[in-house]
Each structure stands twice: as structure tokens, then as C-alpha cells.
Design a protein around this ligand. Structure first.
Ligand SMILES: *Cc1c(COP(=O)(O)O)cnc(C)c1O
Length: 417
């Protein structure tokens, strides 16, 4: 089995050439909207990936938590292959035999009455935005086109023009305006600011339980609980974007559960597709979801039978392999080990479950060189913003596998490379 292979011998000149060629190709023909680490991956299994030069790496990014089940989980491979031989796409003009079971199973698992399936995370966020706005007009009596949604500084909810319009990251916004109005910003973690931002036109508070892209920012204890109580009191919907924090990543099925909060609208994506296929969804009870009527919202690929079959298998793996419980246990131990590394460069280690950020001190330079040094030692992690190295391996990672990479991580964090 590939997973037992150790890192292989240094690459040959021909293999190094392949790496160079791939990078050149992408430089020349691909748009430059990413700055990837200079590694070309060609194979993956479980927590490991291999590059075109035959070197093995531990994947500690998991495609931003889209690979919670690990690379090519055999049960999801089997489900996808089976569905590929039956039916892949119908559009929603017709029913398909996978969608019904998928929406029932997801509702049951997450505890909601209704689900609206989409593809990318950003689309599910857009779906939630449309749902709460229409709920505001239909149910709350907000005057037409006046609905407001409160969002947090440092938010990341995707890349559509509406969503980047309320980002506080200049890079995400600059040059892409004009933007959709109707959003109000507050500092992340500040319930009083949330209260001050609310008025009669406020329909929702859209929030990440932990801000992943902002650098694994964990809010003060009780923030989500307080926000949920305030929302209830003021007749405002609480919308949790759990695209990154959900489906076991933080040690609970959903990170909101750490605060015993059940959001009015729950947004999921990423690991819902098991690392195979883009599947996302917005969940809510009938009072909110019933604002949608035939034709008012849709997606050609949303809820297609291949997506539904893959998502059903992805959910079964998370539940039956107890990945959330495992993430809680292994994550707590791993975060402890990271905190025990005596490093002059580390300002803070933070996170929950297997969503962990190591904050590099400003005077130690940026996080990127640390990630490059980790890569040279067979560990793929990616900086988020300038100063944070994110450690978020697939949830199937074992303690023994993490023990194997800890000395290399310690060396990099201690020496800076
Ligand atoms: C990744 C992410 C999104 C966007 O998902 P895409 O599939 O890239 O559109 C939205 N919200 C959060 C919290 C995310 O981490």
C-alpha cells in the first residue's frame, strides 16, 4: 500500500524537469490568481500526496477542509464509481433517485427541516443571503430593498462580487466594484457591536464560528451563544457559515455546537463533497426555506445525482468513522504538542479540533518561508494571510502519523527553516 511508503530517494534530473515544466505551463497559460507552493502533485491516498518526482508529503491543508475524509476515501470512490455507471446529471427539471435520500439524510444529520443543494461554497452563501433577505420582506415586514445583514471584519465567505463586497480584505475587493449594498460590518467576537449594528431592517447576522481564512481566529468564549440569544431577542436570523468549520473539522459535527447554538441557517460545503466533487448546501427550517418558490432560485448542477451520491457517502464516512470525535481527541493532543515546541518565532498556537493556526511573530518574517521549509521536509501546509501557518490535516490522520512529522515541524518552528 502506498501509505506505507516512505519518502523516496532524491529526484532525478528528468523528474525535476517535469516539475519545472508544469510550473512554466501554468505560469504561461493559467491566470495568476493563486500563488501555490512549487510542488506538482500527482497522487493522493489518505493523509498523503506524492509529487511528480516521487516524493511523499503529508497533506496538512486538506484543500481548506474539503478533504476531511482524506484523499480518495475508498467508500466514496466506490459510491462515485457506482453512480458514474448509472446517472450523472438530470437538472432539476426532473427528479433523480439520489436527491431525495441525500436531502433527507443531510436534514436528519444536521437537524433541519429543509435543505437547498448547490455546488460551490460561495453559491450556498449566496443562497443563504437570498433566503434571509426574502424572509425579511415576506415574514419580518422589512420595506422592499432595505434589508440589512450584519457581517464580521475578517470574514471569508467566498469570491462572488456580492460576497467580496463585504470583505475587509483589500486584495479581495480592489478593482471589483461596484458592490451590492445591504451589509454592515462589526468587529469579530463583539456582541455589543452586533447589538449596536441592528435595527428594524436587520434580517440576519452572517458569521463563521471560527474564522478560518482570517488565520484560524477563535472568538472569545460565549460569543456565538451571546450572538444567538441577541438574534432571537431581536427577530434576526443567525446564519452560520460552516463551510470550513463544519463536518467534524473542529471536533464537533458543527463548530456551533461548541456553544450549544443551533443557527437558523446553516451553510455547508467543502467536505460535503468528500474531496471528489463540489457539493454545498444551505439548511434551514420551513419558515425560512419556504420563501423559495419554483423559479425563484436554482442551479443547473445543484442536487445532481452524482453530487448527491458522493455527498451521501461523504456524510456516512464522517459519521460512521466518528471523524468529529477523532478530531477532538487527536486535535487537542496535537495542539498541546505544538504549544510545547520552544520556538522564538511562534507568537501563538490557536484553534479547535484539527483546525489549528500557528501565528508567526512579525519580527520573524512571514509565514510563507516556514511553509516552504515544511515542504522541503515532506509536510504541505499553507500560510493564511501573512503570519499564520494553518495545520488542518485530513481528519482520518492518526496520532502515530502526526508523531512522525512533529520533529520536522518542531525543527522548522525553532530554526525558522
Ligand atoms: C472556502 C469557504 C467558502 C467558499 O467556498 P468555495 O467552495 O470556495 O466557493 C465560504 N466560506 C468559508 C468559511 C470558506 O472556508
Amino acid at each position: 500500500m502506498g501509505v506505507k511508503e516512505k519518502r523516496t530517494a532524491p529526484a532525478t534530473a528528468a523528474a525535476a524537469d517535469a516539475t519545472h515544466r508544469h510550473i512554466q505551463q501554468n505560469e504561461r497559460f493559467g491566470a495568476h490568481n493563486y500563488h501555490p507552493l512549487p510542488v506538482i502533485l500527482e497522487r493522493g491516498e489518505g493523509v498523503y500526496v506524492w509529487d511528480v518526482e516521487g516524493r511523499r508529503y503529508m497533506d496538512m491543508l486538506s484543500a481548506y477542509s474539503a478533504l476531511n475524509q482524506g484523499h480518495r476515501h475508498p467508500r466514496i470512490v466506490a459510491a462515485m464509481k457506482e453512480q458514474l455507471d448509472r446517472l450523472t446529471l438530470t437538472s432539476r427539471a426532473f427528479h433523480n433517485d439520489q436527491l431525495g435520500p441525500f436531502v433527507e439524510e443531510l436534514c436528519g444529520l444536521a437537524g433541519y427541516e429543509k435543505v437547498l443543494p448547490m455546488n460551490s461554497g460561495a453559491e450556498a452563501v449566496e443562497t443563504a443571503i437570498k433566503a434571509v433577505r426574502k424572509w425579511g420582506y415576506d415574514q419580518k415586514g422589512v420595506p422592499a430593498n432595505q434589508a440589512e445583514i450584519v457581517v464580521c471584519e475578517g470574514n471569508f465567505h467566498g469570491r462572488t462580487t456580492t460576497i467580496v463586497g463585504f470583505s475587509t480584505e483589500d486584495l479581495y475587493r480592489e478593482g471589483f466594484g461596484p458592490f451590492t449594498p445591504g451589509f454592515r460590518l462589526i468587529p469579530y467576537g463583539d456582541v455589543e457591536a452586533l447589538e449596536a449594528a441592528m435595527n428594524d431592517r436587520t434580517v440576519a447576522f452572517l458569521v463563521e464560528p471560527i474564522q478560518g481564512e482570517a488565520g484560524v481566529v477563535v472568538p472569545p468564549d460565549g460569543f456565538l451563544r451571546g450572538a444567538a440569544e441577541l438574534c432571537r431577542k431581536r427577530g434576526v436570523l443567525l446564519v452560520a457559515d460552516e463551510i470550513q468549520t463544519g463536518l467534524g473539522r473542529t471536533g464537533k459535527l458543527f463548530a456551533s455546537q461548541w456553544d450549544n447554538v443551533r443557527p437558523d441557517v446553516l451553510i455547508v460545503g467543502k467536505a460535503l463533497g468528500g474531496g471528489f466533487y463540489p457539493v454545498s448546501a444551505a439548511l434551514a427550517d420551513g419558515e425560512v426555506m419556504d420563501v423559495f418558490t419554483p423559479g425563484s432560485h436554482g442551479s443547473t448542477f445543484g442536487g445532481n445525482p452524482l453530487a448527491a451520491a458522493v455527498a451521501r457517502a461523504s456524510l456516512r464516512v464522517i459519521v460512521e468513522e466518528r471523524l468529529a470525535e477523532h478530531a477532538a481527541e487527536v486535535g487537542a493532543w496535537f495542539m498541546d504538542e505544538l504549544r510545547r515546541i520552544a520556538s522564538p518565532h511562534v507568537a501563538q498556537v490557536r484553534g479547535r479540533g484539527l483546525l489549528i493556526g500557528v501565528v508567526i511573530k512579525d519580527e520573524s518574517g512571514r509565514a510563507r518561508p516556514f511553509c516552504e521549509a515544511l515542504m522541503r521536509r515532506g509536510i504541505l501546509a499553507k500560510e493564511t494571510h501573512d503570519q499564520v501557518v494553518r495545520f488542518a490535516p485530513p481528519l482520518v490522520v492518526t496520532r502515530a502519523q502526526l508523531e512522525e512529522v512533529l520533529p520536522s515541524i518542531a525543527e522548522v518552528l525553532r530554526t525558522g527553516g
